[in-house]
Design a binder for this molecule. Structure first.
Ligand code: ADP
Length: 191
């Protein structure tokens, strides 16, 4: 089974590109951000996740790892999974390895979409107009998300680099240009 980690800062295009990869390669797309936003808003879990997300902070690892595992288990017959927004900490990366190993699998590759910070701020500001997400609307929260990415999430790339599974992709350009780059990089993984 393919297990593709799509990695990169908030606003880099992970959601957009995941949807394209999902269709092209017949994969399941799991976005932990979408899973948290899709919880019953009255549930304690949803309220807890929202209390972190609205400030641009990460939801604690134990909760996030459990959510991710139960989401993956919903698709036992999937040809593969695209992980979008997970893992975001080293503990999550380690937990994903252990979880996949228990199912006889492994991460196939990590693709990082590289986009510089000014461009991220512009994109997230634009997205706030139609996303309705409180964490897109406030420049201080956007900055916190970028800072959290740089300190807590960015080191996760090293975890996959040491495993020889890391690929960097230029995330600047049209949606089509970026997806073409992703396709090229995935050819050898999927073959
Ligand atoms: P972004 O546009 O910042 O990539 P996401 O939709 O992926 O947004 O995530 C929104 C929020 O959900 C994050 O800021 C965080 O609070 C929470 N979240 C999503 N995935 C994770 C994760 N793997 N670990 C911890 N928190 C997460």
């Amino acid at each position: 089974m393919l297990n593709i980690v799509l990695f990169g800062p908030p606003g880099c295009g992970k959601g957009t590109q995941s949807a394209i990869l999902k269709d092209k390669y017949d994969l399941v797309h799991i976005s932990t951000g979408d899973v948290f936003r899709g919880l019953d808003p009255e549930s304690e879990l949803a309220k807890l996740a929202k209390s972190y997300a609205d400030k641009g902070n990460l939801v604690p690892d134990d909760i996030t790892i459990k959510i991710l595992q139960s989401e993956v288990k919903k698709y036992p017959n999937a040809r593969g999974v695209i992980y979008d927004g997970f893992p975001r900490t080293s503990a999550q990366a380690e937990a994903l390895d252990v979880f996949l190993k228990s199912k006889g699998g492994a991460v196939s590759c990590m693709l990082e979409l590289e986009v510089e910070e000014n461009e991220l701020r512009t994109r997230l500001k634009g997205r706030a107009m139609d996303s309705g997400r409180p964490d897109d609307a406030d420049p201080a929260v956007i900055q916190n998300r970028i800072d959290v990415y740089n300190t807590q999430t960015s080191p996760v790339a090293g975890f996959y680099k040491t495993q020889g599974k890391y690929k960097s992709i230029n995330g600047i350009g049209s949606i089509k240009e970026v997806s073409e780059r992703l396709f090229q990089n995935l050819e050898e993984v999927i073959a």
